[in-house]
Ligand binder design. Sequence first.
Ligand code: BGC
Length: 788
Amino acid sequence: MFIGFLAFLHVSCSAPPKLGKSSIKDVIDAMTLEEKAYFVTGTGMDMASPGSKASEERTAGALVVGQSPKLVPGAAGTTYEIARLGIPAMVLADGPAGLRISPRRENDSATYYCTAFPVSTLLASTWDPELAYKVGQAMGNEVLEYGADVLLGPAMNIHRNPLCGRNFEYYSEDPLITGRIAASIVNGVESQGVGTSIKHFAGNNTETNRNALDTIVSERALREIYLEGFRIAVEEAQPWTVMSSYNLINGVFTSESHDLLAKVLRNDWGFSGLVMSDWFGGADAVAQMKAGNELLMPGTVAQANAIIRGVKEGKLDVAQLDRNIERILNIIVQTPRFKGYKHSNKPDLKAHATVARTTASEGMVLLKNDKGALPLFSGRKLAAFGNTSYDIISGGTGSGDVNEAYSVSLVDGLKNAGYTLDEELQAAYGLYINEAKAKQPKARDFMPKARIKEMTVSAPIASKTAGAADAALITIGRSSGEFFDRKVEGDFNFTPEEIGMIKVVSDAFHAKGKKSIVVLNIGGVVETSTWSRMPDAILLAWQGGQESGNSIADVLSGKVNPSGKLASTFPIRYEDVPSSKNFPGVVVDHSKTAPADPADGMSAFQNPKASRIVYEEGIYVGYRYYETFGVKPAYEFGYGLSYTSFEFGKLTLSAQSFAGEITATLDVKNVGKAAGKEVVQVYLAAPTKQLEKPAVELKSFCKTRLLNPGESQTLSFVLKLHQLASFDPAASSWIAEAGRYEVKIGASSRDIRQTGSFILDKDLIVKQESSALVLKEKINELKRRDLK
Ligand code: BGC
């Protein structure tokens, strides 16, 4: 009201300019300083715990600016509307596995469910950017039809350590697959006329103390591993927005880092969209404005006031503020809300469920299949063990969760596929799960629920069940989500009850000449070596979204031949992980108090402990480490079985020495008995002169079309100069070193089927980058100090 009155005074002499009709400059010039400050800070969020300081700020944020954050209830945030200048709000909503909004609204009988697509880890395991594009299209359509403007995803941090609680939202340990799948999602979503926000930029590979965690990392590891996926997504897809992360990199909050946001993102990569902060991220609004973090989300009054003060006190040049506003407006004019799109609130959820189902079955990975235990032809009787056979985990928790209308359980999926189930066992599980749930403390929305301990299966029960069923399925489930990292014991490692169940059931079924199959309903990497010899087959089903049960049944029955491959290594032991000694970081300032209730994630926003995490392993992340240092994994990067087999024909390289680019060509033939698809992976081993190099790096990949038995496909891969290069921090440049490059084409990082080589005859500087994010102290010195 008050603001409205001021605005009236301001424009009383002439009609104000209007966005879309007047120039953006005129629109900005017509804004008051207060309007400018409100515009670069969102309109708040109404979810803080009552009484907290942050809650007052957020509520005040919503009240003072006089706007309702409820244009699309359940969306994560809204920008400030300035009606007199024709500037509509922009609605931003999570997240990577589908649109996250409230499924129900007050005084409204309609529902607003969204499709829960498979989690990102599964999506990466499809190795199929075209399929990812289709997922993006479907997600984007829900964003459009439910009236949101920007989807807060895809999330694309690197799987540095299997314990990161948000790995399910991220793709891979490898930046190429991360970048290509993310670019496809961005292109798919944005094909619908709505935006994306690639996040969390950058180095946010840990949840513990994430709001005050200083990621200490070398420039080379940043450029080659942690930034590279973002670079690919920016250059291939130009997303509307980028979300900066919570953490610091080498001493500076990413949202306050001119090096990251101006030098790397805009200067080196040519990003032309807008940067928003992660929710309540960073510490100094003026520094964020200066760095080019144009929009602070969800926005607080304190931030707006700091910006006003900053301008008045000469700490923030108004020209910088105007530049930020211009970048936001450049995006707003593209939004459906600005264009006056009348959304239907009725996306085609049925069609999108089909996309979810197909995608999930394409990204499941067959880890083991002794003596053709799978497929299990339908019509057979199955005994399903494990809580998650009945209570499927379709995705992770936190902002990456989706409010879907239903999730198909594994047993329902199996019944839909024509199997019969052991009803007695189902009834026993039903009772057990219901009782355990009734005893559980109520988890807050957003927060992970405690896992229900597995029911003890005695040998006599297992044996009785084995007498009546044709095969056993044993499902093991894991859930995780934002705010928390996973634990080694009882999460990465299986519990004694879980291992006991796999053993007792497998023994009982084997004693009767029948098979046992483990289904992993998980979002991230787990330990397998202590139990993997027990069952006949292991299907890594991941968290497959709302159609999970149907998708798993499609693969188990052979309706879909599995073609997923691991996009992250499964190590033998947690200790084998190169970052295991440096995760989840070390608290460096104990003066900040810990959250009163560690399960209360919101307090982590207010009371993070200043911490530091040292990326001591440098560029040796995932298979780059295992392959270089000869550490055998349980299942390597790129691994995955099929119900058929493929032969890789002779590799032809277009030249013996490199001139601009080189093409590798080969035929892949299905030599088995079932139709199937193969993921063909191109690795490069580069010469080591000045710069050390990983033994191999993935440089290209392609999934074949569905090949019938006897059918083959010719595949060609073009390698460009950039793919030969490594980052030399001394020169801030990508350098391709002269020497012999080995091309290794395989069905996994260790199953190399064809090799060839070519020569680069002189050292080449491929690209000069800005000197940025320099690590001033030596990683080892820091580490020694931290460990004292
Ligand atoms: C998460 C972001 C998310 C945002 C809005 C933050 O807690 O880190 O990924 O987009 O909330 O919900």
